[in-house]
Design a protein around this ligand. Structure first.
Ligand SMILES: [Fe+2]
Length: 299
């Protein structure tokens, strides 16, 4: 487990939709950095109280090189679908795909993209924590994190789960399909459960979602409403709540970034698009003296 890069004095640019902000420009503000209305993310990250839980959302406009670099990296790590959350730890393939993206060094090109993304993630997560709970001095808060890719092909979904022993989750969508395919694999085959390590991506050429010039549209020509949506669900049991009142759905676009506490149950609708759908996920812990400073391994 690595520690998210602590706030340094060097320049960190956060590319949000339509603009790029230089974080160093707010360093002179005397007010708490992350609670200041002058912070570049103010007005860009929307934090909404859902049930009793703050959920953050913003549109991140990553440099294209970084976005493609991260997609390539995620594809190269392979992918193993489990047909149920409870089976996850029972397959060697799944275990082999567990990794921490933030552990990769800067020696390779992708390492530069990963480091750059880690700094952006750290700034966004700190802003979310500060403004969700009114926490001060988040700049000096110690966080530790794990980052990994979530990749889906046709017919796949992420099953309902939450993240035991983490405090928060951030997910940034890198591609929502129709853009890249895996070389040498038939990703439209619903039976495809494993994409091997060192897989490479290739652009999908002449991809069309539907042939609107034809009146002979088949079901496959039409995008499925809600395909690939992410669903968050209030985990509190309450028989008086029907499911629809406890779950909220997001229809992610490229760059959509969602922030939520790790205790929230989350899942995705089945992906029925072409090529791959890929996101980078960051699970993080807030290290306080209570939960990390004074605890010891139990005999
Ligand atoms: Fe998750």
């Amino acid at each position: 487990m690595t520690t998210i890069t602590e706030q340094k004095k060097d320049t960190i640019s956060i590319p949000v939709l339509k603009d790029v902000f230089n974080i160093t420009t707010v360093e002179s503000v005397k007010q708490d950095k992350f609670l200041s209305k002058e912070h570049p993310l103010a007005g860009h990250m929307k934090i909404t109280p859902q049930w009793s839980t703050p959920v953050g959302e913003m549109e991140l406009n990553l440099p294209e090189e970084m976005r493609i670099g991260l997609i390539k990296f995620i594809a190269s790590r392979g992918y193993c679908t489990t047909m149920g959350t409870h089976k996850k730890t029972q397959t060697p393939e799944f275990e082999a795909n567990h990794y921490n993206m933030f552990e990769f060094g800067e020696d390779e090109e992708v390492g530069q993209h990963i480091r750059g993304f880690e700094k952006i993630a750290s700034e966004m997560i700190r802003y979310y924590i500060a403004n969700s709970w009114g926490t001060k001095n988040v700049e000096s808060m110690k966080l530790e994190a794990r980052a990994f890719g979530n990749m889906q092909t046709n017919g796949r979904r992420t099953y309902p789960h939450y993240h035991h022993s983490f405090d928060g989750v951030m997910i940034t969508y890198l591609t929502l399909g129709g853009e890249f395919d895996i070389k040498g694999e038939d990703t439209m085959n619903e039976e495809l459960l494993i994409i091997p390590r060192n897989a490479e991506i290739e652009p999908i050429k002449n991809n069309k979602v539907a042939d609107y010039g034809s009146f002979e549209l088949s079901k496959d020509d039409l995008p499925c409403e809600g395909s690939g949506n992410i669903l968050l669900q209030d985990p509190r049991p309450a028989v008086s709540y029907p499911y629809d009142n406890k779950a909220i759905a997001f229809e992610p676009k490229v760059g959509t970034t969602i922030f939520h506490p790790a205790y929230l149950w989350h899942e995705s609708n089945t992906y029925v698009g072409t090529g791959i759908r890929a996101a980078v996920v960051v699970n993080y812990r807030v290290l306080t003296r209570n939960n990390s400073g004074i605890v010891k391994p139990l005999v």
